[in-house]
Design a protein around this ligand. Structure first.
Ligand code: SAH
Length: 259
């Protein structure tokens, strides 16, 4: 059974999804009618609920990938297809100490917290207070609704990384900032030797500049990546790719610190 304040994702017959935070007495209205939260509270994950107009929707707890796409956001987020690669290629392991800047909407932060697990730590810098507050509430909402999962310790700091850092001996540094070449001193200071430095950048000129600057310092360039994901659909006898795809998000650069 679900509890109050848990998050659920409802999936309609056309595969459209709706994210709800369950409240006693709450109601959700959409083109397919109304659904009362009290009815969902009596159900189990994987069950079906009927709207007032007789539409049947599946009920699940949202994954982080589903959750972050539904968030109100003031920044662009890193997309699930890219976060997946960041976690694996960046070797974000259980127990890792990860440094991130900037927090933005907290999408990547949440995925990192899940990946590092309960012995791990994620420190995230964000220079804009209003963004940090919003990210904090997004993250807390998800953590509170998912007590069955283990997350790492989160330290959010309202700081500008260009003005210096206090952290050292970290396993991983991940930057989603427009001018990462300005903070390479900080990255060197934070990272352990052998540690990974990942940078997420939307344009090739930024990629070029970062590679040039990092080459002059103690970083080995492991790779420059772009990730494409093409979803398919099955409708009756037809099985084919979907008509639209996300054409561009950004490039991932992976470096390792050398001595
Ligand atoms: N990866 C985030 C989105 C980050 S958007 C997500 O998935 O949700 C980039 C963020 O970096 C913005 O919020 C911006 O305010 C912040 N930022 C830019 N320069 C910064 C700096 N020097 N120090 C800290 N944060 C910075």
């Amino acid at each position: 059974m679900f509890k109050e304040n848990e998050l659920v994702i409802l999936i309609d017959p056309k595969n459209r999804t709706y994210l709800l935070k369950l409240k006693k007495g709450g109601r959700f209205s959409f083109h397919g009618g109304t659904i009362f939260h009290d009815e969902i509270l009596k159900k189990k994950e994987g069950e079906i609920i009927q709207s007032s107009k007789g539409i049947e929707l599946l009920i699940f707890r949202p994954t982080i990938a589903e959750y972050i796409l539904k968030l109100k956001r003031k920044t662009t987020i890193i997309y699930p297809k890219d976060i997946a690669q960041i976690i694996f290629l960046g070797d974000i392991f259980s127990g890792a100490k990860v440094f991130e800047a900037g927090t933005g909407s907290g999408a990547l932060t949440l995925a990192l917290l899940q990946a590092v697990g309960k012995r791990g730590v994620v420190v995230s810098y964000e220079k804009r207070k209003e963004f940090l507050e919003l990210a904090k509430s997004h993250i807390e909402n998800y953590l509170k609704a998912n007590k069955q999962k283990d997350f790492g310790k989160l330290v959010l700091k309202n700081k500008d990384i260009e003005k210096g850092v206090e952290e050292k001996n970290f396993d991983r540094v991940i930057l989603d900032l427009p001018e990462p070449w300005k903070v390479l001193d900080q990255v060197e200071k934070i990272l352990k030797p052998g540690g990974f430095f990942l940078s997420w950048l939307p344009t090739v000129l930024q990629v070029f500049k970062l590679v040039e600057e990092a080459k002059k310092r103690k970083f080995y360039l492991k790779g420059i990546y772009e990730f494409l994901e093409r979803k398919w659909k099955k409708e009756g006898k037809s099985l084919r790719p979907e008509d639209r795809m996300v054409a561009h998000t950004g490039f991932l650069l992976i470096f390792r610190k050398i001595l």
